[in-house]
Design a binder for this molecule. Structure first.
Ligand code: SF4
Length: 170
């Protein structure tokens, strides 16, 4: 299984809690005005990487608090991201994923696309929604703009309603 990546950040402390490895998906159709990662928009750019190699390297990095899928939009490349998410989950690795879709849009897409469904079910936290350059402020952590939500995916699926990550940690 191959995945098209714009890059990998081996150690980041701003893409979710703790020290995390960040996988930047290549390809995003949302084209939000003011996007910081416009080089990740093309679905033909970046580099094809071997998923099993990435998984093996990462599970050996036991000092990490978790991994984060960013972009680009990982949910626009759901098959390989679902594949690596499932393998990481088997090793109890905490997974955050960013997406330009809202949770509501993903739930609708998941009914028609099994890989989107698998990806959603194997991540811990989703940071959802398009970037809005008019809604940025210094208080917004782990997000680009305040319209985006940090969602506890597993609790939300279990309770069948949206549970924000901040609420689930109170
Ligand atoms: S969804 Fe994210 S990567 Fe895509 S255009 Fe918007 S801000 Fe950029």
């Amino acid at each position: 299984m191959k995945i098209r990546l714009a890059g990998i950040l081996p150690n980041s402390n701003s893409n979710g809690p703790g020290l995390r490895k960040v996988f930047f998906s290549q390809g995003c159709s949302k084209h939000c005005d003011g996007c910081f990662n416009q080089h990740t928009w093309s679905f033909e750019g970046g580099k094809m990487c071997d998923c099993d190699k990435l998984i093996k390297e990462t599970i050996d990095e036991t000092y990490l608090a978790g991994v984060t899928f960013s972009g680009g939009d990982p949910f626009e490349q759901p098959e390989p991201f679902a594949y690596i998410a499932k393998k990481f989950k088997k090793h109890k690795i905490n997974i955050w994923s960013y997406t330009g879709y809202t949770l509501e849009e993903i739930l609708a897409l998941a009914k028609k696309n099994k890989f989107i469904n698998e990806l959603l079910h194997n991540i811990d936290v989703l940071v959802d929604g398009r970037f809005d350059k008019n809604l940025t402020n210094k208080k917004v952590i782990f997000r680009g703009s305040s319209n985006q939500k940090i969602i506890d995916v597993q609790k939300s699926l279990k309770m069948k309603k949206m549970i924000l990550w901040e609420e689930s940690n109170e």
